[in-house]
Each structure stands twice: as C-alpha cells, then as structure tokens.
Ligand binder design. Sequence first.
Ligand code: S3P
Length: 739
Amino acid sequence: MAVVINRLLVVGLGLIGGSLAKAARERGLCHEVIGSSRNPDTLKKALANGVVDRVVACVEDVAAELGEGDVVLIGVPTLTVPAIIRQLQPLLAETVTITDVASVKGSVVDVVRQAYGGIPPQFVPGHPIAGSEKSGVEAANSALFDDHRVILTPLPETGAAHLQRVRELWQGAGAVISEMPVAEHDEVLAATSHLPHMLAYTLVDTLSHMRENREIFRYAAGGFRDFTRIAASDPVMWHDIVMANSTALLSVLDNFTDHVNSLKEAINNKDSEYLLGVFTRAREARNHFAKMLENKAYLEPMTQTIDYRVLPGQAVSGDIRVPGDKSISHRSIMLGSLANGVTEVTGFLEGEDSLATLQAFRDMGVVIEGPLNGRVVIHGVGIHGLKAPVGPLYLGNSGTSMRLLAGLLSGQSFDVELTGDESLSKRPMERVAAPLRQMGAVIDTNDGGRPPLRIKGGQSLKAIDYRLPMASAQVKSCVLLAGLYAEGVTRTTEPAPTRDHTERMLSGFGYPVARHGAVAELSGGGELTATAIDVPADISSATFFMVAAAIAPGSDVTLTHVGVNPTRVGVINILQMMGADLTLGNYREVGGEPVADIRIRYAPLHGIDIPEDQVPLAIDEFPALFVAAACAEGKTVLTGAEELRVKESDRIQAMADGLRILGVDAEPTPDGIVIQGGSIGGGEVDSLGDHRIAMSFAMASLRASQPILIRNCNNVATSFPDFVALANCAGLKIAEEAR
Ligand code: S3P
C-alpha cells in the first residue's frame, strides 16, 4: 500500500489509539508513528511493545514541527478531548490533519468550533466502532479494526484532502468507513450503544442492592451474563460518554421508559396479547438484526448458486403431500392481519414468497406467531390497524405480494414503498397502478410501470367498475382489496375465470362479496372477522409429480389433500385430454376450498390443441405441461397464453430454449408454443431463476437419455421448500450442486 501519511502523532495511547498506532506501524501506513501520553509508564510500554517508533511526554514537544502530510489522532477519553484541542490549537499548522476517536461527536465538534472560532478544514471527526473489555496500551492490537466500522462525520467545512487522508488511514488499518452527519451519529450511538450500556450498568447495580450480599448472582445463568457483559466496561469512559451525549441519550431513555411503563401496565392487567406482541416483534427484530450484523439479508438469499444435476430414466411412486398453496397462504396473512381477532392458519407454505408477505405485515406492526410446521397465528389489527413500516417493504421474487399489497396499501393513511428482487423489478405493475389510480390512489412507478411502487397514503378511494383487460387473479384481487377501503361498490369483470381465492376467503372472513358469472363486487367500509384457515396442498406444486407419473413408465403416485378449486384445475383437464390416467377421490371441503386426493399412473400421452378456456385455469402449470407435451405422441399447440411471457421469467422462451437444448422440437409463438413430442436427450439448461422452469426440467429427466444439468435453481425455495428431498423420495435422482 502506498504511503499517504508522513508522520502520525497519536495523542493518548489507550486501547484505540495504541491499536491504530500499532496497525499504522506494522502495515506501513506512514513514515513515523509518534506516541504521546501523560503517563510515563504508558510511554515505556508503547515503545517496548512496538506500538510506536518514538514517544514524547507532551504534545508541545512535537506539535509545532508537524506540517503537510502529517496527521494528529486524538485518542484520549471523550471529556479530555477539549483540553487536548485547546492545547494543540495554537501549535498546529493548518496543513496538519486532525482527527479523533471520541464516541460522541457533537461535543467534540463544539469544542473545536470554540477553540478555532469555526471549523477548520483540517478537522475530520471520527469514531471507530471497535473495542474490547481490555484496556490500556498493553492491549493494543493491530488487528482490532479489521472489518470493523469507522464512522466519519465530516462537516461542510472539512477539506477533501484531509478527509481522504483519514479515510486512507482507517482503511489501511482494515476498517470499513461509513459517513454520517454529527447529530445522526450521536442519536444512532445513543440508541444502539449508550442506552444498552446504561441498562446493563443499572440492572447489575439494582440487583446488587437487592440483598445484603451478592449471593443472588450465584443463581444467574447465561442470559444474565450475556445481558450484563458490557457492565464490565470502563466506568470513566462511560461516565464521559453519558455526560457528552446527554441530549440524545435522554431522548432514547424517555422512549424506553415509556415502553417499560407500558410493559408494567400490561403485566399488571394480564394483557397477554400485548406481552406476546412485544416479545414476538422483538424476537423477529432481533433475528433481523442478527442477520444484518452478519451482513445477511432478512430472507437470507443464498450466497451460492444452486444447480440441479438430474440423472435420467427413473420412475415415481408413493403418497406425496406437497407444501401448502401459495396463493391461499399469501391471502391468509393479508386478511388475517386486517381482521378483528386471532386467525390460526395451518398448512401455511413456508416458502420465500409467502414469507415475504408475512414479513411485510410484521413490518407494518402485525404480531404474527410462527410459522412452525405450517402453523401461523395472526393477531389481526383490524382493517385500519396497520402501521407505517420503517422502510420499504421488500417482497423478493413475489409478484402476488406486490400486486395484492398495492391494492391494500392504496387505502392506508401512510406512505409506503414496495421493492423486489431483480426478476420482480422487471415485471409489469401498470396493470395494477392504472385501476388503482382510477380509484383515487396516488402511485408512482419506475419507467415502464416497473417496481418499486411508491404509494402515497391518506387518499380517499372511490369504488370503480373495472373490466380487466387481461385474465389476472392478481389484478382482480388488487382492485377488490382496494375496494375494502373505497367508498361505494367496487366491481370487477374478468375476461375469463381466474382463481377466486380472494373472493372465497373474504367471504370466509365474513366480508360479503357478491359474485355472478364474471363479476365480483363488494362494498367498502366493512370489517373482517378472524377465522381458522386450513391451506390445502398447492396444485401448482403437485403438478410436477402429476407430470412425472404421467410420463415415466412404471409410475404410480397419489397426491394427497390437493386444492382442486375449479379455477385451478386446468392441469387436470389438460392432462386427461392428453390421455393421462388420472383420477380424483376423497373429495372434501376445507375452509371454503375443495380438496381431493389425486392418483396418477403412467399411460402414454398424445398431443392436443389446448383449449384457450383452460389457459387461465392452468396458468402456472404450463412449464410442466410443456414437458408432458415433449413426451407425448404428436403435436401440442398452445395459444392465447401471452401472459406466460411476463411471469417470473418469459416462460414461453425459457421453456422453448431449454427443450430445444434437450433435442425437443419446440417452436415459440407470440402467445404460446408448438411442441412436437419425441425423445429427450440431455444437456445443460438454464431456469433463469424461475422456480417452475427449474422443477419442470427436473421432471424431464425421467424421460431423458442423458443427465440434465439445470442452472440457477435457488428460487425453487420461493414456492417449494424441500423440493429436492421430496422429489428424491418419490424416485427422482436430483443432486444439488453449489457454485
Ligand atoms: C396468482 C395469480 C396468477 C398466478 C400467480 C399467483 C395469485 O398471476 O400466475 O402465480 O395468487 O393471484 P396473474 O394474476 O398474473 O395471472
């Protein structure tokens, strides 16, 4: 690394100053490191331990010699900083860079302003967020700042060259630099560092007074030790910090005291909902912080890319229960959150998409327990009970979350921003923004109607009579959910039947929805009443195994407890038309949704012209149906399915490309595909990060002559957690490969 600093004078050789001096020396960050301390013993140790090149007993001995390229780092305790600044001010040339490491920045900046009659460009306030319970120069550790954060709080007057010099010093010592305004630094540190230290000291002090002797601590377990670890820190240092940052600290203490008082009241009133709310929210927030601290996103997107290598030519068999329905899982969280009372959901899909919806409602203040083995308990806040989230709501890969939430959130009193991953950020949102604007919503999108969506709160919505330009359950649901908040009767008319889970579930929550043919309508201003929801297995996930059994000789599987809502059974109709041996039994209804077991055995398939009225009823199942078509005798033709081009990927193109690589004759058309059945070879295909493309090609292996390598399969977790384990259990041979 190039030497950017000539001499570094470190005033105060405590842990922080000493460690930086040692790092600068060991890593060649400057030509000479000079240390100064009032304590002769410290100076001796600093020299003996190789912390500095030379020492001076007082700063006057060296300050006047310093000039361009030299840096003075003030490393003394916060309340001693003013004295050092005043001492240095008449001695230091204006070319010398001055920086400090005090934990509070406002008080230091004030002192500099007084001493200099303004902020000199040479002054760069800083604060390394690093430490240890050890103190003193003997604990100096040149690796102390590796991968730790240093906050610099430059002022408008701070000179660019001085700032750059300090940045390079810290970066050379291994630190990561953040910049923020002085006041923000002091507020953030008051909340995240100073308050916890005050609480730890106070707790230990309180308990140590509770009995004559300190016997009580004998019985303290790990929780006490963890919570109070920081009460072992340097008392003088913390005294100084509290005195210096009293304003910001008092403000967070007030806030905290209010919360403690509410907790006391809740305990007194045996208000278990309040208590559970605090604990659940806090636990979620803590998990969130833990991941942030480890630099992981909340939903932990995998850092590695997963590919599937699938061996050819197996058969599938057995009873299989696939995970819960994605559409119903999303809606259960949304309506459960807005209901009055507690909604218990079982069979909830613990996939990333529905978890993104769950997290969004937690971010808006809803207490949600679980999920645990598919059980979720939602403490509804009522139709007007959502709270403004602290930041944008991140919805990952989930179009359903974004489009349905857009409707719901258009009627709230607060502003909100909806964001998503790379794939979701490319998907069309104008289809929901346009009708919502007609209702009076104020929504801003990126160019081309793409996410993020910025929704302005506090609008009064009015009902509309909306004719959907495309068959889309998401658009229909979005308008109906906005209709809950609109004045008058909101009506949707769809060009073809699409999944009706929103309408069914609203009725289940006691909200009247009138339905006649293609029309659904509801009046705004009603209430939802909590209910129990049993989510059936997702027919879209079951599809992969239906196709598997249909194409692989010797197969026989029964998919249990599958949702067979008439608006979702296109895949069953189409497979039966192609000659599949598929039967339904054990029909029943759970929570307003029809459910059945589906048995499917191998039988030779033949190609068909897929009736266009089946397209919306099988919209998510086409990637798998294309694989069935590739294994069928003759030609299969799909038309009227241009919507497939705007799913998680362009599913027509993605499937055509992959099938062709595998040697199948597949011709994409603007609104569909023509597939000539034949033999499947092997090779490498790309799922383009689309879960359904990945799982469809896994099924193609059953009839392949060679292994298939499927790239980019991480997003299978959005809809089908544990797909690989279940598929392998059924007879497939899928190996996951991380790269
Ligand atoms: C869904 C509707 C469909 C479907 C999606 C889920 C829903 O989307 O493809 O996977 O839950 O409402 P469109 O409304 O865009 O057709």
